[in-house]
Every structure is written in C-alpha cells, then in structure tokens.
Design a protein around this ligand. Structure first.
Ligand code: NAD
Length: 256
C-alpha cells in the first residue's frame, strides 16, 4: 500500500526504528535509514533491506542532536511522504543531580529533532498533498517515573508538538500522531536481562515479569514489529482522519 512513497525513519540502525523501517519497506515504501554513525555496516543494512523487500533503501548519516543536521537529512533525502521521528536516548538521575549537558542533549535528540525534521518535511508533503508524521513518544509521554526528568519532559513535549502540527496541517492530506510504547523488547533491553537476572537472583521469566515489566499489566513486552505495524496503520487509508492524537502500545500501562 506504500508503493511510490518515501519514508525517513530517524535513529533506525537498531531497535524500534529498524523494526518500523522494515514494516514500511514490507508495505512497499522506499526507505531512508538514519543514525549519527557513518559505518560500512550502516550502509550494508540499507542495502540488505532494499534487496529483502525489493524497494529503494538508503542510509543517510545525520546527528539528530543538531538542528541543521536534522534539516539537512530531509533535504538530502529529497523530502519524504512519511516521516518517523524515532531517534532517542535516555539518562537516569534525580533532578537536582541531573547533568545540565545531558538535559540539553536529551531535549535536542528526543524533542527538538522532531521539530526540525517536521519543519523541513512539511513543504514537500504540502506540495504532494499527502503526508504522514509519526512521532515515537513513550508511555513516558503520558505518565511519569522518578529520575527520568529530561526524557519525560521531552516525550510529553513530543505529544504536544504532534497535536500542534496536526492542527496546522488538518484538511491538507497530512496527519501527525504520536505512538506511545511501553516496554519494547529491543536488543538493548534484551542485553539487560542477564544482568537483571544476576542482580535479583531470578530466572529469565521471573525477572521479566516481576522486575522489568512491573508497570506493564500484560507482563509482556511489546515488539518492534508491533510498533512498525502501528506506524503502518497510521499510514493506511483507515487512519486518514486520525490526527493529533496518541496511540498507546503499552500492555495497559497507562490504563492503571
Ligand atoms: P535504540 O537505542 O535501539 O535506538 C535508538 C536509535 O536512535 C538508534 O538507532 C541510535 O543509533 C539512534 N540515535 C541515538 N542518538 C542519535 C543521534 N544523535 N542522531 C541520530 N540517531 C541517534 O533504542 P529504542 O528502544 O529502539 O528506542 C527508539 C525510540 O523509541 C526512542 O525514541 C525511545 O525513547 C523510544 N521508546 C523505546 C522504548 C523501549 O522500551 N525500548 C519504549 C518507549 C519508547
């Protein structure tokens, strides 16, 4: 259903971004992968996705902590029909001990990048009379937890930005929404499981249920494929009138 469309997915050489890129490629979209590195394996990943799904795929390096680089990414891609703002980092510390440079970096990558890429992409979308902006926020865009002030402020900001962009584009064939995942099983999360098993002296199943997924009522991780599938839904005709809202994929976290 996405044949002839081009999708830029920021922060897509691993985890959720990669899962989203693969689901959009499976649906026929041409893909622009991105991260801040510029390694042969980044470009090889794009080549692999291109040949696996029979679409055009490119990797464009750009540091999403810099506004000019965010805008240059969109320009170098020649604009896009679908923009998925996914790049994000985390840092954990109490507010009064939170390093100011970490705060600035998280706000830049997790929030301001979505402002810059959207600003750069919208003229292209308006020209074509069609566009989808999907911002990967978090359950932490709707609720809080201690020690994650910058991340939570940024993700709440992303939800607000999504609503504003939706209002400014309403009726123009363009939608803007935020997906709010709970805990998603990415390679990064997978890698934490052995450590958590050791620290809590629990087996894999117990540490996942009782420690890691304590706040997720389903006690099951969401998957990167499910976040990709939700993104694809937002790009489908069924979602033409869905704009300025959030979709939680969190096993019931925000219902608590
Ligand atoms: P990840 O670390 O696997 O992916 C983050 C991606 O962003 C990577 O591709 C990384 O290279 C890229 N990135 C980091 N800094 C960048 C920069 N300066 N410029 C460009 N790219 C950069 O983590 P993930 O879990 O896949 O997270 C993806 C998004 O999903 C993030 O925004 C995160 O906040 C959000 N999220 C994750 C979870 C989860 O449980 N994993 C839950 C809710 C929301």
């Amino acid at each position: 259903i996405l044949k002839g469309k081009t999708a830029i997915v920021t922060g897509s050489n691993s985890g959720i971004g990669l899962g989203v890129a693969e689901e959009l490629a499976r649906a026929g979209a041409d893909i622009v992968l991105n991260s801040f590195t510029d390694r042969p394996e980044d470009h090889a990943l794009a080549a692999r996705i291109g040949s696996n799904f029979g679409i055009k795929a490119r990797y464009i390096a750009a540091d999403m902590s810099r506004g000019d680089a965010c805008r240059a990414l969109v320009e170098r891609a020649g604009g896009c029909d679908i923009l998925v703002n996914n790049a994000g980092i985390q840092f954990v510390a109490p507010v009064d001990e939170f390093p100011a440079e970490k705060w600035d970096q998280i706000i830049a990558i997790n929030l301001s990048s979505a402002f810059h890429t959207s600003a750069a992409a919208l003229p292209f979308m308006r020209q074509r009379g069609w566009g989808r902006i999907v911002n990967i926020a978090s359950a932490h865009g709707l609720t809080a937890s201690p020690f994650k002030s910058a991340y939570i402020a940024a993700k709440h900001g992303v939800v607000g930005l999504s609503k504003t962009v939706a209002l400014e584009t309403a009726g123009q064939g363009i939608t803007c929404n935020a997906i709010c995942p709970g805990y998603v099983l990415t390679p990064l999360v997978e890698a934490q499981i052995p450590d958590q098993m050791k620290v809590h002296n629990m087996d894999r199943e117990t540490v996942i249920r009782e420690v890691m997924l304590q706040r997720q009522p389903s006690r099951q991780f969401a998957t990167t494929e499910q976040i990709g599938g939700t993104t694809l839904f937002l790009c489908s005709p069924a979602a033409d009138q869905i704009t300025g809202t959030t979709i939680s994929v969190d096993g019931g976290w925000t219902a608590l």
